[in-house]
Design a protein around this ligand. Structure first.
Ligand code: SIN
Length: 295
């Protein structure tokens, strides 16, 4: 008799068997046989090792409350509070960011709407951006809304030598005024000169504090500025580096199923999201693990 995916996952979990299956040549692995609401120390150690190796992990068929999502996330460090939403909606849980286009009585329950969210690292504009994030799917549209990831180790390692030499000592100012959906954050004013935008300054090449590997750290393209350069030169250099960094061979896009959890390492990956039908509903809950200043 054929097993459904849910039965297979439950059987794997019952046997305590954990399997790590890569999902693409660029990055990412599916972790099978784990219930994130109930993990022991040995399983956690395997998940941590797989996360460092594969950068993005996928867990299917999860059923989690907000507290269970936060509790699992906390195994990897203290959590950042959810960042304020452009919709001025207070969080329902202090550590959970609701990413959703759903409106109740005309008021959005979450952030980012239904449009494209451009390539970015989470909260890159902070002095200490998160180590990583976890995203859990509660409602998904029939099509669209896929989330893409880009391997920033590979992006750096394959950068032409002259370009790498040029950026190795440079830093970027990471704009905090506008989110990846293009919405102005509450309390921010529109940027008229990238040199004056608010946000943290980080090196373009960083060293991952756990793997020791070097990665490109670009944050997000919109309103980025390479410190010390004339604006035109900064724009040309950023365009050149971005065109290389987001080449398809460094990326993987995930098509969501209900109950999926993705966990990514914000220190060596960027992500983006496809637009989807505004008439469809998409509800995702995200946690973010506190990080340290990139160096
Ligand atoms: C995010 O940028 O964290 C959200 C990605 C998504 O909604 O798929």
């Amino acid at each position: 008799m054929q097993q459904t995916a849910t039965e297979a996952a439950a059987a794997g979990r019952a046997k305590g068997k954990i399997e790590i299956v890569p999902v693409s040549a660029a990055l990412g692995a599916e972790v099978r046989g784990v219930d994130l609401a109930d993990v022991d120390a040995a399983t956690l150690a395997k998940i941590r090792a797989a996360w460092l190796e594969h950068i993005v992990l996928l867990f299917r068929n999860q059923t989690l409350t907000d507290d269970q999502l936060a509790d699992f996330s906390r195994h990897f460090g203290e959590l950042d509070l959810a960042p304020p939403m452009e919709t001025n909606q207070g969080p329902t849980h202090p550590e959970i960011l609701v990413i959703s286009n759903v409106k109740i009585e005309g008021k959005a329950i979450g952030t980012l709407g239904d449009g494209e969210a451009i390539w970015h690292s989470d909260m890159n504009y902070m002095e200490a951006p998160p180590t990583g994030s976890l995203l859990y799917s509660l409602e998904i549209p029939p099509s669209g809304g896929d989330t893409g990831f880009c391997n920033m180790y590979k992006a750096l390692e394959t950068l032409p030598a002259d370009l790498r030499r040029r950026i190795e000592t440079l830093s970027i100012k990471h704009d905090s005024s506008t989110n990846s959906g293009g919405y102005l954050r509450l309390g921010s004013t529109p940027v008229t000169d990238v040199r004056d935008c608010p946000g943290a300054v980080h090196p373009m090449v960083t060293t991952h504090p756990e793997s020791g590997r070097k990665a490109l750290f670009l944050g997000r393209r919109r309103y980025a500025y390479v410190m010390g350069l004339p604006v035109e030169e900064s724009e040309t250099l950023l365009d050149e580096v971005w065109a290389h960094a987001t080449r398809p061979e460094f990326t993987w896009h995930h098509k969501w199923r209900l109950g999926d959890v993705l966990m990514w390492d914000n220190r060596c990956v960027m992500h983006r999201r496809d637009a989807f039908d505004p008439a469809a509903r998409r509800v995702m809950h995200r946690t973010q693990i506190k990080g340290s200043k990139p160096v």
